[in-house]
Design a protein around this ligand. Structure first.
Ligand SMILES: [Zn+2]
Length: 206
């Protein structure tokens, strides 16, 4: 495979990108001057180097001075280490992009847990798709009063919510498990929901 095809193939693996868009991206880069390519590639390297995964919520964040933060370093993120956030509420989301939308809405002041994806219906090994084991460990350690499941109202999202809810039962967890209210219409993706919708869905959780 030549390098252009390989580049197209990589872009085609990006979320939401089909083969036709992937080809357009590849040709777009081909048409750019060397200085742009240099900046683009070194920017990717720099972001990757300065990104850390929070060992507590598993979200990816840019960890300040990239000389001191190594990729995968075990430093806790600014939200998990913020004593002003409500430590008794834990919100479970599928991806970093969902977390971003909820933070942007400013409707939620508790802590988070990023599952790392959703489980497709009929999938036999949910443990390989989501951080279920890590979530249960986290819950046992911190014993939050309420766990809010904030997953897309798509079939995969609802299936994932069922799996997580099933796992969060007594005696492992004795608190309350709530699900975002139906202000979020069926098929809704949190990533694209506006702040008012998120605020309402959070208020109407049950
Ligand atoms: Zn964190």
């Amino acid at each position: 495979m030549d390098s252009l095809r390989r580049l197209e193939e990589i872009f085609a693996h990006f979320p939401g990108i089909g083969p036709r868009q992937a080809r357009r991206f590849a040709y777009y880069l081909l048409g750019k001057p060397p200085a742009f390519i240099k900046e683009f590639t070194s920017l990717i390297e720099e972001v990757k180097k300065s990104t850390a995964e929070c060992p507590q919520c598993h979200r990816l964040f840019i960890g300040g001075n990239n000389k001191t933060v190594k990729s995968g370093a075990s430093n806790i993120c600014s939200i998990c280490s913020d004593a002003n956030r409500d430590q008794s509420t834990l919100m479970v989301v599928a991806r970093d992009s969902d977390f971003e939308s909820i933070e942007k809405s400013a409707a939620y002041k508790g802590l988070y847990f990023i599952l790392g994806g959703t489980v497709p219906i009929l999938d036999k090994e949910p443990d390989k798709r989501i951080r279920l084991k890590q979530l249960l460990e986290r819950v046992q350690k911190s014993a939050p009063k309420e766990i809010i499941l904030s997953l897309n109202t798509t079939p995969d999202g609802e299936h994932t919510a069922d799996i997580v809810k099933d796992a969060l039962k007594a005696p492992l967890y004795l608190g309350k498990v709530t699900i975002l209210g139906r202000g979020l219409s069926t098929g809704a993706e949190l990533e694209y929901a506006d702040s008012d919708t998120i605020k309402n869905a959070l208020k109407n959780r049950n």
